[in-house]
Design a protein around this ligand. Structure first.
Ligand code: ZN
Length: 150
């Protein structure tokens, strides 16, 4: 288990150090801002959606390692997916990080996103890990409101 933990740490540190899909997206047709007041994480998620498929997405902002790595891994997981698949992924991710920490969760369908299963044990960190996802969902809904982790 400690090896697994180390691997997860490595993935999170790597994505924090060099976040993927980071920067502006001029052709974005949907976007939303998110803020996690508990930690101070801020994020903007921008999407280019054509025919209900996420053709491209990028994010900007600044936050802790968990929030940045989560946003980075999210963009990789979501790119090229249909909006309905993205929302399914959102539900799966949300379920994983909010599940009772004493129960095992099956996160095999979440691929690399499974590295965040460990945040369940740290309720403060759950907000960091889910911020990008809530912001993404708002961008898809095009609510135009600032995503809150509460
Ligand atoms: Zn944070």
């Amino acid at each position: 288990m400690s090896d697994l933990r180390e691997l997860y740490q490595t993935v999170i540190l790597d994505h924090n150090r060099s976040p993927r899909n980071f920067g502006p997206l001029p052709q974005a047709n949907r976007s939303a801002d998110g803020y996690n007041p508990l930690c101070g994480d801020r994020i903007r998620v921008m999407l280019d959606v054509e025919d209900d498929v996420v053709q491209d997405l990028r994010f900007e902002g600044s936050g802790c390692a968990i929030s940045t790595a989560s946003a980075s891994l999210m963009t990789q997981a979501v790119k090229g997916k249909s909006l309905s698949d993205v929302l399914k992924l959102f539900d799966g991710f949300h379920e994983m990080v909010t599940a009772d920490a004493t129960n095992d969760v099956d996160a095999s369908h979440l691929g690399k996103l499974a590295v965040f299963a460990g945040v369940r044990e740290f309720p403060m960190r759950v907000k960091c890990a889910t911020l990008a996802w809530h912001t993404l969902k708002n961008a898809i809904d095009d609510a135009g409101a600032v995503a809150k982790t509460e």
